[in-house]
Every structure is written in structure tokens, then in C-alpha cells.
Design a binder for this molecule. Structure first.
Ligand SMILES: NC(=O)c1ccc[n+]([C@@H]2O[C@H](COP(=O)([O-])OP(=O)(O)OC[C@H]3O[C@@H](n4cnc5c(N)ncnc54)[C@H](OP(=O)(O)O)[C@@H]3O)[C@@H](O)[C@H]2O)c1
Length: 306
């Protein structure tokens, strides 16, 4: 069992390969409870935590950090720009810092490549017919230019994107002054995203896996179960070890002390086992799936490059 490795981003900033996922669902009480499991994670040795303004857990994370006594500079914190805040990047970034009660974050991501209309206090504004209020402007290229400007504030150490495909990274890279350091996407053995991982590596972009366990859909796969027996670990440890073997960052969420500990104690997989797990790929999304109309957040699969 080895400790969590650290990768170096394209600007020299170091990121621990495993971070704690910080989404707590939509229930307000669950968001408040997050303070407790952020704290147990920090006590267990996590030094990377992934939140987003739309998760509503930034405040809980700030409290847990202060309560933990772990020096701020030892912790890598990611947060994200809400899809409905693309017209107000600087303001939204400052709101996140205020929620966290911190004076800088380590990584700031555009949460989603496409924007929604801004409505104060509403994460996902909808039209009267219930469809998302998608807006054409600004484009993600324009939003990225505003995110780049945040680097001048000295309040963010690295910037990146989330939910970008090869298609949209290619568009972004044509005009970006700063190459994103990271791209956070759904990634697990049933959605191995090998083309995206390889393309990103070739451009110096680290890929971060969200929904890295693939939930029970992946954890109950017979090959994963067989490898868990072989290495004497849990199925989740096998899947997380596979991410690390591929040079991918993973942000598993667990509110359970024991599973938090498991997720940062990973075996080193033999290359043939890494390849076996990669071959389970079926291009299957288990978290962010398109609706029956083939759209996600009102955006077509073609626009998303899915
Ligand atoms: N950028 C984006 O658009 C985006 C989208 C989705 C998620 N994310 C990020 O990714 C993080 C994780 O995503 P996720 O919650 O969808 O997926 P996940 O971390 O793969 O799965 C979380 C689920 O797995 C369980 N679990 C965790 N460790 C386990 C273990 N060792 N054995 C068995 N079950 C285990 C957790 O239960 P317990 O808590 O009970 O342990 C929880 O039900 C989020 O918190 C968020 O930070 C980002």
C-alpha cells in the first residue's frame, strides 16, 4: 500500500493525486454536515479537497480547515465558477473566497463549458417550461479570458476547466493565453476517456476524475471484484489505484471515516491489471447522463463533444 503521490501542474504547482470530493447533495442539512466529514478527512491525512460554489459546501470546508489546525498552505483547495456566473467571474470568485473564509484557492475551474442566465441565489435558472436558461454569451473562450485575469490578483495559484471534451479543449487552446492546468471530467472504468486523457497529457493538462468510483455500477463489476480479492483491498481502492496508475487525479467523496481512510491507501497495480481495467470501458456515464432528448443542462451532446 503506498501513500498518495503528488503531480506537478504545468505551472509548477503541486497537486495531490487523491482529493476528497466535496459535493453533499441538495439537502441543506447534508451541506452543513459536510463540515464534520471534511474534518475527519483532514485528520485522516487528506491534503486536497474539491468543492464548488454550487455545492454549497465552501463555508463548511472553511470551518473544517480552521477547526483542523492543519496549516492552510498544506492543503490544496479547488473550487469552481457556477455555470450561471460566466458574466461575473471576478465577483463570483470573491464570493467563493468569502464563503471559504480564505484569502486564496489553489485551483479555480470553470465548472461547465456552457453558461446559464444569472439569477441571484439560483444555481440552475429555468425557463417557464422547466428547461435550463442557457445563454450564448459569453462563450467559454471569453469566460476563460476573465478567469485568466484572476491570476493577476495573486488569490489563485492555478486555473483550469471542468466538463471539457477534446473538441472544446481544442477550441479553447486556439485563443487561450494560459493553458488550463487541469480538466475535471466524469471518469471511471466504464468511461475511461482514454482519448481525452492522452490529448490532455500532450497539452500539459492534468485530468481529474469526478465520480471516480463509478458508484456500485462499476464497484460491483466482476473484474473489479476479482482484482480486489487479488490485492486484498476493496473494489473502490482498485478503481482509485487505476486512476493513479494512469496519472489521473481522482476526487472520491466519502462522508465515512473508514472509507475516507481506504481511499488514500492504495495498492500499486501491475500494468496488466491496469490494462484489464481500462478494457472495461463502455463509454457509459453514471453521474452526468444526457436527458431523453440527448441534452445535458440544455446543451446537445454535439456541443459538449460527448
Ligand atoms: N465537475 C463536476 O461537474 C463534478 C460532477 C460530479 C462530481 N464532482 C466532484 O467529484 C466528487 C465525487 O463525485 P461523486 O460523489 O459523484 O462520485 P464518487 O466519489 O465516485 O462516489 C461517491 C459515493 O461512493 C461512496 N464511496 C466512497 N468511497 C467508497 C468506498 N471506499 N467504498 C464504497 N463506497 C464508497 C460514497 O459513500 P459514502 O460517502 O457513504 O462513503 C458515495 O455514495 C464530488 O464530491 C465532487 O467534488 C464534480
Amino acid at each position: 500500500m503506498s501513500s498518495v503521490p503528488t503531480y506537478t501542474l504545468n505551472n509548477g504547482v503541486k497537486i495531490p493525486a487523491i482529493g476528497l470530493g466535496g459535493a453533499a447533495g441538495r439537502d441543506e442539512k447534508e451541506k452543513e454536515k459536510a463540515r464534520v466529514w471534511f474534518l475527519t478527512a483532514l485528520q485522516a491525512g487528506y491534503r486536497h479537497i474539491d468543492v464548488a460554489q454550487i455545492y454549497g459546501t465552501e463555508e463548511a470546508l472553511g470551518k473544517a480547515i480552521r477547526e483542523s489546525g492543519v496549516p492552510r498552505e498544506e492543503i490544496f483547495i479547488t473550487t469552481k465558477l457556477p455555470p450561471s456566473h460566466h458574466t461575473r467571474v471576478a465577483e463570483s470568485f470573491q464570493e467563493s473566497l468569502d464563503n471559504l473564509g480564505l484569502d486564496y484557492v489553489d485551483l479555480y475551474l470553470i465548472h461547465f463549458p456552457f453558461g446559464l442566465a444569472y439569477e441571484k441565489g439560483v444555481n440552475f435558472p429555468t425557463n417557464p417550461d422547466g428547461t435550463p436558461k442557457v445563454v450564448d454569451s459569453p462563450t467559454f473562450v471569453e469566460t476563460w479570458a476573465d478567469v485568466e485575469k484572476l491570476l493577476d490578483t495573486g488569490k489563485v495559484r492555478a486555473i483550469g476547466v471542468s466538463n471539457f471534451s477534446v473538441k472544446n479543449l481544442e477550441i479553447l487552446l486556439k485563443s487561450a493565453k494560459v493553458v488550463p492546468t487541469a480538466n475535471q471530467v466524469e471518469l471511471h472504468p466504464y468511461l475511461a476517456q482514454s482519448d481525452l486523457v492522452e490529448y490532455s497529457k500532450s497539452k500539459g493538462i492534468v485530468t481529474t476524475a469526478y465520480t471516480p468510483t463509478g458508484y456500485q455500477t462499476v464497484l460491483s463489476d466482476p473484474t473489479i471484484a476479482e482484482l480486489a480479492d487479488k490485492y486484498g483491498v476493496s473494489p473502490a481502492q482498485i478503481v482509485l489505484a487505476w486512476h493513479v496508475a494512469r496519472g489521473v487525479v481522482a476526487v472520491p467523496k466519502s462522508s465515512n471515516k473508514e472509507r475516507q481512510k481506504q481511499n488514500i491507501a492504495l495498492p500499486t497495480l501491475e500494468p496488466s491489471d491496469v490494462a484489464r481495467i481500462s478494457s472495461l470501458d463502455k463509454g457509459e456515464r453514471v453521474c452526468n447522463k444526457p436527458d431523453a432528448d440527448g441534452k445535458f443542462f440544455g446543451i446537445t451532446k454535439e456541443q459538449l463533444g460527448w
